[in-house]
Design a protein around this ligand. Structure first.
Ligand code: GDP
Ligand code: IMO
Ligand code: MG
Length: 424
């Protein structure tokens, strides 16, 4: 069976983009299946650094088909800008296909996203990326969203866009804020529609034809399991199913075709935006992780909150995702830590917990139970194979794998393609 799925096992930014780029060396097709341009997937090739938001991270491998599936919410203006930028860098974007069922994001979604955040009281703000993701998925569920196929029918698109925009403008006016300039917004959408039209297809057919032809397909998750709308730290989550199962609905792939589930696991924890984060560090160690790990958002530039590895949250995540192959990233960021802590359980009101409480309020109150392991205090960035790693690094990786009940298959010790090797 040729379909593998790669997902983030924490709160996003685990290094999925880098891993997709590495793994597509042996792939024919990469498929994004959820999220939108809230994602920021970094790929470093030589001295070039690219941050992808909607374009699948397989784009740097010539001949690899790049699919933006039906489960993705697509801002057509943002996608057009991203593709034009890639073209300017000399990349061929003709292998990109955009699902005719993908939901489209427009200016009014972004504006309402920002307004809701601004209006949210203390403790209610989610800290969204303000890309209109939640409102676009709301319109989808409310059955008033506009889908990809309309990009090919400008007259119908314009009518639907103007109707929806007018509806949202009524809300803006009622709230005393500036309505969007519908004519100006339409001009940008019309330009994007003209650019994207040749790329719009029934991607479910493309993907399933590739499966039948025995092609090797990799599905690219965005965000991370703990931001999943059902299984994450609700309501401090994104608005899609980020787990591996989301690939079936978001790309139109039957579960019987799935082979491996890759879980990308950062060697410590980070989170951007609001919401509970049991192992968050507010001390010098947290700042050290942020500085050495360059933990600043790839989409919004916000500093990422940093903390120790949380085996309760990540173990829960690996279970729900069914991760059978771990890619452990950013191991090098721990190189200068004399001691490393791992959260192995939570304590809540005197009780020891081994799974993640469903109430965000309870999760915010848990105290992490830590075990402390010795660091390795050696530079791992030059390691090129597993046996090069210091003994304490290997022990740390073994411990993480045991705690999350999975197997380390790949280790990453830097942002470059070459700084990646098999754990065998
Ligand atoms: P994604 O959203 O999961 O694709 O991750 P991001 O691109 O948002 O953030 C990961 C960051 O870590 C990027 O800047 C990567 O270039 C970088 N990165 C990936 N793997 C490693 C690694 O093993 N070590 C270090 N030091 N950086 C890494
Ligand atoms: P990648 O794919 C990290 C977070 C936001 C916010 C919450 C909801 O790069 O790992 P949204 O705009 O989706 O409604 O925001 O989700 N978030 C991410 N955090 N990495 C991401 O993507 C994220 N995409 C959304 O910060 O807390
Ligand atoms: Mg990211």
């Amino acid at each position: 069976m040729p379909v593998d799925i790669l997902v983030g096992t924490q709160w996003g930014d685990e290094g999925k983009g880098k891993l997709i780029d590495v793994l597509t060396r042996d792939c024919d097709m990469v498929v994004r299946f959820q999220g939108g341009n809230n994602a920021g997937h970094t790929v470093e090739i030589g001295s070039d650094k690219f941050v992808l938001h909607l374009v699948p991270s397989g784009i740097f491998r010539p001949g690899v088909a790049c699919i933006i599936g039906n489960g993705v919410v697509v801002d057509p203006v943002a996608l057009t800008a991203e593709m034009r930028d890639l073209e300017k860098s000399g990349l061929d974007v003709s292998a990109i296909e955009l699902s005719d069922k993908a939901q489209l994001i427009f200016d009014y979604h972004r504006q309402i996203d920002g307004l809701k955040e601004a209006a949210a009281g203390t403790g209610k703000k989610i800290g969204t990326t303000k890309r209109g993701i939640g409102p676009a998925y709301s319109d989808k569920a409310d059955r008033c969203g506009i889908r990809g196929w309309m990009l090919k029918k400008p007259a119908e698109l314009e009518k639907a866009f103007r109707e929806q925009a007018a509806k949202y403008n009524d809300i803006f006016v009622a709230r005393g804020v500036e309505p969007i300039d519908i004519d100006a917004a339409w001009a940008k959408v019309a330009d994007a529609a003209a650019y994207l039209t040749p790329r719009v297809t029934d991607t479910v057919v493309s993907v399933n034809n590739a499966i039948r032809a025995g092609k090797k397909i990799l599905c690219e998750g965005a965000q991370g399991m703990l931001l999943d709308i059902d299984h994450g730290t609700y309501p401090f989550v994104t608005s899609s199913n980020t787990i591996s199962g989301g690939a079936c609905t978001g790309a139109g792939i039957a579960p019987t075709h799935i082979r491996d589930i890759w879980g990308v696991l950062k060697a410590y924890s980070t989170r951007v935006g609001e919401g509970p984060f049991p192992t968050e560090l507010f001390d010098a160690d947290g700042e050290k992780l942020r500085q050495i790990g360059h933990e600043f958002g790839a989409t919004t530039g916000r500093p990422r909150r940093c903390g120790w590895f949380d085996a309760v949250a990540s173990g829960y995540s690996c279970m729900v995702n069914g991760v059978n192959k771990l890619a452990v990233t950013k191991v090098d960021v721990l190189d200068q830590m004399p001691e490393i802590k791992i959260c192995t359980a939570y304590e809540l009101d005197g009780e020891i917990l081994h799974s993640v409480p469903s109430s965000a309020d309870d999760l915010a109150r848990v105290k992490p139970v830590y075990e402390t392991v010795p660091g390795w205090m050696q530079d791992t960035t030059g390691c090129t194979c597993y046996k090069d790693l210091p003994e304490n690094t290997k022990k740390y990786l073994d411990r993480l794998a045991k705690l999350v009940n999975s197997t380390v298959a790949i280790v990453s010790v830097g942002p470059k393609r070459e700084q990646t090797f098999s754990a065998e």
